[in-house]
Ligand binder design. Structure first.
Ligand SMILES: Nc1ncnc2c1ncn2[C@@H]1O[C@H](COP(=O)(O)OP(=O)(O)OP(=O)(O)O)[C@@H](O)[C@H]1O
Ligand SMILES: [Mg+2]
Length: 261
């Protein structure tokens, strides 16, 4: 569904994307993981033509993005930007319905969609008439996800969508997005630098470093067979913990506790 072929992009003398190739299949939950500045956001923005690429190609649904009309491409790909980016002067409802305007839906139909999405994201409808400044960080992030789902695109790009919230809210949001992926069957490309988040969500993990893809693998392979020292150091012991079930973790907790008595 998305084929990224040998993509190169540079700012000045340095290659930010240095020959990146990746296949994303329908229904994949691809997580792009890697240190700050390695090119994750740049890669995501290249997919829906927010950043032009210099070399290589990206094929979306069989057509090169150079041939895709920008507006049509962005209608078929939902996007949650890093730092949420809700429009501050619009209400939550108007933010969510923003992309639906382009499709020429009537008011009743638009309202139906926004109400459905708000409840899908586990929020109350009364929030629809508020403005972004009247929301908590977690609520803003949920609205950001709801907005990306509004156009009902098959592909959704998410750039650290849960970056600005505490651990508990983050875990709730992760469970919700995992459930949405399962229920709605969307293809998700999700950027994070949080290892636990990556291993919890991803069906395919892509590790990037300095503008290159170092490893594409399952979570187990990433943890036990890291391809390079950089991957190994980045994933570390947190990786093993993320693969353990709640029961296994509880077992370890209880046995360590006993050792103290
Ligand atoms: N407009 C720009 N001009 C020059 N350099 C840029 C520009 N945008 C990004 N960069 C550089 O490109 C590199 C990759 O940036 P990018 O935003 O893709 O990183 P990232 O992996 O998303 O990082 P983070 O985890 O911090 O969000 C960084 O070194 C960044 O400084
Ligand atoms: Mg980024």
């Amino acid at each position: 569904m998305i084929k990224i072929k040998n993509v190169v992009k540079s700012y000045g003398d340095s290659n930010i994307l240095d020959g990146v190739s990746l296949d994303i299949d329908p229904g994949d939950f691809v997580v792009i993981l890697g240190p700050s500045g390695c090119g994750k956001t740049t890669l995501l923005k290249s997919i829906n033509k927010m950043h032009p690429i210099e070399k290589g190609d990206i094929i979306v649904d069989g057509l090169s993005i150079s041939k895709w009309d920008k507006v049509a491409l962005r209608k078929s790909i939902g996007y949650v930007i890093q730092q949420v980016g809700l429009l501050p002067h619009l209400t939550v409802r108007e933010n969510i319905e923003f992309t639906l305007k382009l499709q020429g839906l009537g008011k009743t139909e638009k309202n139906k969609v926004s109400s459905k999405l708000i409840s899908l994201m586990g929020m109350n409808e009364e929030i629809l008439d508020r403005r972004p400044r009247e929301l908590s960080g977690g609520q803003k992030q949920r609205v950001g996800v709801a907005r990306a789902l509004a156009a009902d695109a098959e592909i959704i790009l998410m750039d650290e969508p849960f970056g600005a919230v505490d651990e508990i809210v983050r875990r709730n949001l992760q469970s919700e997005i995992k459930r949405l992926h399962k229920d709605l069957g969307k293809t998700i490309v999700f950027v994070t630098h949080d290892i636990e988040e990556a291993l919890f969500l991803g069906t395919k993990i892509v590790f990037m470093d300095k503008g290159r893809i170092i490893q594409v693998s399952s979570k187990e392979e990433l943890v036990f067979y890291p391809k390079t020292e950089t991957v190994k150091n980045f994933i570390g012991r947190k990786g093993i913990k993320s693969l353990l079930s709640e029961e296994e973790l509880d077992g370890i907790y209880e046995s360590k506790k006993k050792e103290l008595v």
